[in-house]
Ligand binder design. Structure first.
Ligand code: AR6
Length: 169
């Protein structure tokens, strides 16, 4: 059984075995939580991402996939980078968003991570409506077959915290 928690705060201040990053397929950084993780984690994370890019992901990491690096100076062992889908009104990309959570937990299992912190993947720059992002995140983690003991959703603002609260209370 995986315990699911949710807190309001900055994920770069969270303690966990693995911290999930809402990255983009370049793996070379960006704004939002990605920028914050790369800044606070220091240069080792971006360096590891560059190496992964060169060795395995020349065309980039695909949407819905996940890959781990060092967590640098963050209070974690690993950062798991996942690429959320850009929200679309024309096309239902929910499966890709669910895949981000499933694949991140699969990578966490491979690493032996027992505690994992997630942001609200795709719910910022990628435009996913927060209530729907929260619904998919919570349903997917609840249904996941994983050895991870504790998942914490770290929500940046009150609206996100409330949206996850509606799914979890
Ligand atoms: N801690 C926790 N959550 C945060 C933090 C933080 N420090 N900073 C932002 N959030 P976003 P996306 C929240 O835009 O939508 C980047 O440029 C934010 O309020 O970070 O998946 C990447 O490189 C929102 O609720 O990720 C990609 O190009 C949630 O995290 C693109 O943005 C996700 O917002 C990915 O967009």
């Amino acid at each position: 059984m995986t315990t699911i928690k949710f807190v309001q705060g900055d994920i770069t201040r969270q303690t966990a075995d693995a911290i999930v990053n809402a990255a983009n397929s370049s793996l070379l950084g960006g704004g939002g939580v990605d920028g914050a993780i790369l800044r606070r984690g220091g240069p080792a994370i971006l360096e590891a991402c560059r190496k992964l890019r060169a060795s395995h992901y020349g065309k980039g990491l695909r949407t819905g996939q996940a890959v781990a690096t060092t967590a640098g100076e963050l209070d974690a062992q690993w950062v798991i980078h996942t690429v959320g889908p850009v929200h679309s009104r024309e096309e239902d990309r929910s499966d890709q968003l669910a895949s981000c959570y499933r694949e991140s937990l699969r990578v966490a299992d491979e690493l032996g991570a027992r505690t994992v912190a997630f942001p609200a993947v795709s719910a910022g720059i990628y435009g996913w409506p927060m209530d729907d992002a929260a619904r998919i995140a919570v349903a997917t983690v609840r249904a996941a077959q994983t050895s991870v003991e504790e998942v914490t959703f770290v929500l940046f603002d009150e609206a996100a915290y409330e949206a996850f609260g509606r799914q979890l209370r």
